[in-house]
Design a protein around this ligand. Sequence first.
Ligand code: SF4
Ligand code: SF4
Length: 341
Amino acid sequence: MTPHTLSAAAIKAAAAAEGFSACGISPAAPMDAEHAERLRQWVANGHHAQMDYLVRHMDLRLDPRLLTEGAQTIVSVALNYYNDWPTATPEAGRYAFARYARGRDYHDVVRERLEAMMHRLGLVPHTDGRACCDTAPLDERYWAARSGLGWCGRNGQLIIPGAGSYFFLGELILNHPADTYDHPIASHCGTCRRCLDACPTAALAGDGTLDARRCLSYLTIEHRGDLPQGTAPAMGGCIYGCDRCAEACPWNSHARPTAVPDFHPSPALAAMTPAAWQALTIEQYRRLFKGSAVKRAKYEGLLRNIRAVGGDAAPLDAAPLDDKRLDEAPLDAPPLGDAAC
Ligand code: SF4
Ligand code: SF4
């Protein structure tokens, strides 16, 4: 494989042809000093909960050239997953469910399209570079922001101007330079604080960082064992993840339903009632979530969440979450993903 200069226009055309809504290109280089320090501080503050791999692979995270030998270019892409299945509540006859998790496992869908992009460009996966989608120690939001796809909002999510944040991010780490690179854009959060006001657990610091120990997305998906006291009342009828800081963001008023059929809920999932969830068996769970990222929570974890929302669990303290009880909770889960950008 001899490095040769790739056309940025051709890369973006290939991304569009594979259905990606946005594409930006950066030279592969170490993370800049400001963001590297923020990431180190985030870990030092314990905001990564028990995500020990963040500490273990910090060197790779800070410099993607260590991740892929010969890396010269990082291509960031965004794939719309928004589906307008109603944000359900028990009162409406349904439990809520994080939007990103209602369809097929995004790791597979995004990686397939990234590899198809490489083929369109005449590149060979694993020889000319690699495709990543939440599958490598790479700070996806940092690279997407650096490539000008959007900015990191106060809710810690990558916000694409005129489109919002309901996007999966993916990357190609390529062993070739590009003829043009993109640049970051300014934040358009302005004086808005809607996401902070909407968060039921005060997990957002206001500067784009997240305390994973307090975040319902972390607690209901990654966390193993009992939920910390006070979690159930904060869940608000959502049995998997949490979308409240995204739903509150005014930029998401631009969201349009995805054209990717894989990201729409299956008829079986859409038909689930609270009573059906409460009676969920392991066999039904396997059928319902075959090929889905929800498997990450495991049956026991999902059942724990269902019972918490249904008030059927061991008694949970109805008081707001507080630091002491969360700090004492056994947080031994693997990472949800990077939370600092
Ligand atoms: S996902 Fe939910 S709990 Fe986590 S920061 Fe956003 S609103 Fe707060
Ligand atoms: S809700 Fe407001 S402050 Fe939060 S990410 Fe969106 S624009 Fe930024």
